[in-house]
Design a protein around this ligand. Structure first.
Ligand code: 13P
Ligand code: SF4
Length: 397
């Protein structure tokens, strides 16, 4: 297998021309929304003292650090989180924390968001910079700008189209959205955000998750599947006729989550046949056909609250990331909880935050060294903040 060489590619063109495979942690990858270099001595995963080391570093840091953990994090990492949540709750927790250092156990776009929402004096640390998001990587800012130009050429765009970007996107795309009069949304508020956008324009450009956009537009707002078109950034003009592009109510970016995209309607049929009375509960990043076949759909926070509130003895098949489903099963022995997929389906990038990286980040900080800071440049941060503030100001947010 070809190995990454010391000569790192620094531009997209160089990366494309490079015959080598990228090894995570060895060099920068300009084709993704996050970096991949993790400099320094990360402890050996086999070190039996990792938990004790993490505890000691955490205690030494006291109020100087606030640890945020997304629900998809591993058990041994989430055990150290001062606050757990979905991406929406963690954005709010970051903004409210007041700590000088935030260690973000989640993925890169979440750490960027925390940096944007906190004071310039706060440092946000991502224990492994290779913890990106494959969905966020499906929309690059240059592609989004090209799509906006295609929409304008088709007679849509400014004055007609309001961009909405899912939290799972780069800071550059959030900034574009802010400049173009749009807002950020998460899986907990996508319906409110879509209604907000339709109060301001005729059409919504929904980035980068086609499934969340379609599921919300059709199932919550009552639009039809024909009201939506899919814009493919790899096709000229997005692969959509200009007249169709202009007429659509919702232009869905052709992106998806590689974890939630694995669920298919057959999984629902199978679990219903195997577990009598089972309720199927899925995240809105799953395909439309799967949501249609399920009983309930909602964000990770919704999934957790639904299981918590259910009477003992309820049987659930849950379609979301496996760390969360496994933890729900452990925390709710009074319920019967099964995974909706017949395959093991962790989010591989969420899982890059492991105990060795957490220990490394905390011990370095205790020794006065900030490793893996995530910083968004002030202009990008300013416009991204505009789009984030519009989300935070949504009614009921
Ligand atoms: P939430 O918005 O539910 O936290 O989801 C984030 C995410 O990455 C889901 O795949
Ligand atoms: Fe991205 Fe999917 Fe992982 Fe969420 S679960 S961080 S959308 S790849």
């Amino acid at each position: 297998m070809p190995q990454a060489t010391a000569a790192a590619a620094t531009t997209l063109a160089e990366a494309a021309a490079s015959p080598t495979l990228l090894l995570l942690g060895r060099r920068a990858d300009p084709a993704v929304e996050r970096g991949v270099i993790c400099p320094g001595a990360v402890p050996d995963p086999a070190d039996p003292d990792l938990v004790e080391r993490a505890r000691a570093a955490r205690a030494a840091l006291g109020d100087a650090v606030f640890i945020l953990g997304h629900h998809y994090q591993r058990d041994d990492v989430i055990a150290f989180a001062d606050a757990r949540g979905d991406s929406f709750k963690l954005a709010r927790d970051a903004a409210a924390s007041g700590a000088p250092h935030i260690v973000f156990c989640g993925v890169h776009f979440m750490a960027e968001t925390a940096d944007i929402l906190t004071a310039p004096t706060t440092t946000v640390i991502l224990p492994d910079l290779a913890a990106g998001c494959s969905m966020a990587d499906m929309a690059e800012i240059a592609q989004v700008e090209a799509a906006w130009a295609d929409l304008s050429d088709a007679g849509a765009g400014p004055g007609h189209t309001v961009p909405l970007t899912y939290m799972n996107s780069s800071a550059a795309i959030k900034a574009f959205t802010g400049r173009a009069g749009g807002a950020v949304c998460t899986s907990s508020n996508a319906e409110r955000a879509l209604r907000w956008a339709f109060d301001r324009g005729e059409q919504v450009l929904f980035l980068p998750d086609q499934h969340l956009g379609r599921n919300t537009a059709v199932r919550r707002l009552g639009l039809s599947l024909d009201d939506c078109v899919v814009y493919d950034p790899h096709q000229p003009g997005g692969g959509v006729e200009p007249a169709r592009l202009r007429a659509a109510k919702v232009v869905l970016w052709k992106g998806h989550c590689s974890v939630h995209g694995t669920f298919v309607p057959a999984h629902v049929a199978l679990v219903r046949a195997k577990v009598p009375g089972v309720k199927v509960l899925v995240h809105p990043e799953v395909r439309y056909e799967v949501v249609e076949a399920a009983d309930l759909v909602g964000s990770t926070e919704f999934i957790i609250n639904t299981v918590r509130a259910a009477p003992p003895g309820t049987a659930w098949a849950i379609g979301t990331e496996l760390n969360l489903v496994g933890r729900l099963a452990q925390e709710h022995p009074e319920q019967t909880i099964t995974y909706l997929n017949d395959k093991v389906c962790f989010c591989s990038t969420m899982n890059r935050i492991d105990l060795p990286h957490l220990v490394w980040a905390l011990e370095s900080l205790a020794a006065g060294r900030v490793v893996n800071p995530v910083r968004v440049d002030p202009d990008t941060a300013g416009w991204a903040r505009v789009a984030l503030d519009r989300m935070l100001a949504l009614p009921g947010a």
